[in-house]
Design a protein around this ligand. Structure first.
Ligand code: 13P
Length: 265
């Protein structure tokens, strides 16, 4: 399966800093171009909304990097001051939208139903939704980690058609591993990615005779304190199809090291 690497910059970087990052990254990527088969690696950056358009201008001719947004609104358009619609994102060159990051679930109180509406809007605008799931430490300690992730997936993916499932990406991001330096152990990564793969396969493999094993084709990315040191081992785990990287994606040289680790995995 194709590999995916997405740098989620969250609320970081001025336009000048973002531009410097891209100007450093492009020649580095050029240097390893021969190792990157465009059909095998999908590299994306998710800057803040305000930097999407200028960054798209910088990477326009570079087929290796695509643009992701960190969120979108669940309505098509209208009187929602301060919000950004999926259609607006598509119009500035965005390919993928991160939906349901745990920081939005926690601080903006986003619910699974709301995330389903957002996923539908992203798909309708012709982009790919990347749905984040993952349990809190309390849920893990109570032995409820699988039930929590199952519920997130079930409630936010209900009703998707086979064609829509083909565009979906999932990120497993345990909340306790995000920004803490406490990366999930390989046992946890294997266990949870396997669990998510089984849910997707159970739900979608039999959906339609026309589409071959849909659930097995959905990329599942790992996120949470992934860095140049631990990336290789994580990307080597079964059912890990790439990474969603936070703090280590803020430094271009660290991001490059993670790209190299993914290419080797
Ligand atoms: P960190 O890599 O900083 O833990 O963040 C992960 C994340 O939230 C990516 O979306």
């Amino acid at each position: 399966m194709k590999k995916y690497l997405i740098g989620n910059w969250k609320m970081n970087k001025t336009l000048q800093e973002a531009t410097e990052f891209i100007k450093y990254l492009l020649p580095q990527l050029e240097a390893i171009k021969k190792d990157i088969d465009n059909s095998s690696l999908n590299l994306m950056l998710a800057p803040s909304f305000v930097h999407l358009f200028p960054i798209n201008e910088l990477i326009y001719n570079d087929s290796f990097i695509q643009l992701a947004a960190q969120n979108c609104h669940h309505e098509t358009q209208g009187a929602f001051t301060g919000e950004v619609s999926a259609t607006m994102l598509a119009s500035v060159g965005v390919d993928c939208v991160i939906i349901g990051h745990s920081e939005r679930r926690i601080y903006q109180k986003e619910t699974n139903d709301l995330l389903l509406s957002k996923i539908k809007k992203v798909l309708a605008a012709g982009m790919r939704p990347l749905l984040c799931c993952g349990e809190s430490m309390e849920q893990r300690n109570a032995g409820e980690h699988k039930a929590a992730v199952h519920q997130q997936l079930k409630e936010s993916l209900i009703d998707l058609t086979p064609l829509e499932i083909q565009k979906l990406l999932i990120a497993y991001e345990p909340v306790w591993a995000i920004g803490t330096g406490q990366v999930a152990s390989l046992e946890v990564v294997v266990e949870m990615h396997d669990f998510i793969r089984n849910i997707l396969s159970d739900q979608y493999d039999i959906l339609s005779d026309q589409y071959d094993r849909l659930g097995e084709q959905v990329p599942i990315l790992y996120g949470g304190s992934c860095n140049p040191k631990n990336a290789g081992a994580i990307f080597g785990c079964p059912n890990v199809n790439g990474g969603l990287i936070g703090s280590a994606a803020l430094q271009a040289d660290h991001f490059m090291e993670i790209i190299t680790a993914l290419l080797k995995a």
